[in-house]
Design a protein around this ligand. Sequence first.
Ligand code: NAP
Ligand code: G3H
Length: 476
Amino acid sequence: MLEIKNYMNLMNGEWRTSKEQISIFSPLDQQELGKIPAMTKDEIDEAMTAACVALQSWRETPIVNRTKILYKAAELLDERKDLIAKVLAKEIAKNFKSAVSEVVRTADLIRYTAEEGIRIHGDVMKGDTFEASSKNKLAIISHEPMGVVLAIAPFNYPINLAGSKIAPALIGGNVVIFKPPTQGAMSALLLAEVFHDAGLPKGVLNTVTGKGSVIGDYIISHPAVNFINFTGSTAVGKRIGELAGMTPLLLELGGKDAAIVLEDADLEKAANEIVQGAFNYSGQRCTAIKRVLVIDQVADQLVKLIQQKVESLKVGDPFDNADITPLINTQAADFVEELAQDAIKQGATVIVPIKREGNLIHPGVFDHVTLDMRIAWEEPFGPILPIIHVKDEREAIAINNKSEYGLQAAIFTQNTTKALELSSKLEVGTVHLNSKTQRGPDNFPFLGIKQSGVGVQGIRYSIESMTKIKSVVINI
Ligand code: NAP
Ligand code: G3H
């Protein structure tokens, strides 16, 4: 019999429950795993007040002391990696090996954030660059905290996409209100516990749980919030944008990343990268490869290689380290099935058929996908891969750029000059040459353009995004 644990929120340095609870069920077998508090507006106000009160002393805490807490948090995360990964694997059906990697990656990210934070020095500028009368001016430019940062993470990386917001916010002198994804909250609250146990002073990190559809508008428009750092769907991101008004924000949203395969590509390598890129964590990644644009001449050869690799993916249990595991919920599985049915109805060639068992969708590959099919444009967030044939690279660029999204793209070719030329034409935040699309390494800039986001993440960029420039001008 599984123990059903009641998780609590970290508020003003204490663990607090609420009158109402939300039950969390495993996507693996629908077993109840635990309960999380459904916070009331009054409780949210209390958390916001605690954060505002904590801000003054935290922003004045020497950065070297802030780094010590982050180093300790990283150490504790490493120590607790198996325990947290077990909860992650059950709660979001991520395979155990990837769940451990997510925790370890977050510990590394926190350590790097501490190191990077120490090096955010600010700047000094002399005033003799314009009129002579400015010669006696000297500007001392520093990075000041934004204040209260509201961090909201999605279900697919409850630890990493929380840590990558919380750690840079804290090192920059901010205090944090963290809203975890409801499915993923149990794991995320274990991360909050790590920060607490590492010695974070009371009120510096507070968690707020409850369904986004219920408390979302309230927290987004809360007057105490000075910065919003959100990762999730484009639909929710747009809603946040509408409500945020003048509150600065960072949005990392959906994507429809293409792998563009040219005629001179190493097809074996391309197929490997495409299959990993499209099917890791069952395609539930913003950076998953969500369509292939291949030059007609090499398409059949590539499709054959992709088919072989997809057919050998392991499907099933996260604790057996399967590549493909049940999707997060029934709605997500229904949506993937709907996109697949639309493609089949409209004449796509089924290379690997999808098969559904509850929320587990076996991986599917569709060839000869045409531009009138929904799967050519929509983000499935599941294990299906559409392949579109193009006559040349110009057509590939045009199709890529017609997407409402602009997260990443990959180009497979052995001609680096051509790859660089094409990269400059792709309307995306990042182009990967001869590799799958991906966010990391976590110190690299990570951003989406168009409907894929606003602002830039990546350790140094995140610290800069969550601090504001302050100048003091000395007149000598
Ligand atoms: P989601 O439904 O947008 O939820 C993301 C977070 O927002 C969750 O914590 C959710 O809470 C909360 N939320 C929901 N409605 C809200 C509202 N009205 N106001 C404020 N917060 C609200 O996304 P998801 O299903 O978790 O994640 C999948 C999506 O995220 C995909 O589109 C994927 O591409 C995108 N994503 C993008 C990136 C990136 O870096 N570009 C990374 C990962 C995922 P509840 O769980 O309580 O609803
Ligand atoms: O789901 C979106 C994440 O930002 C993707 O991160 O490329 O490391 O899997 P990843």
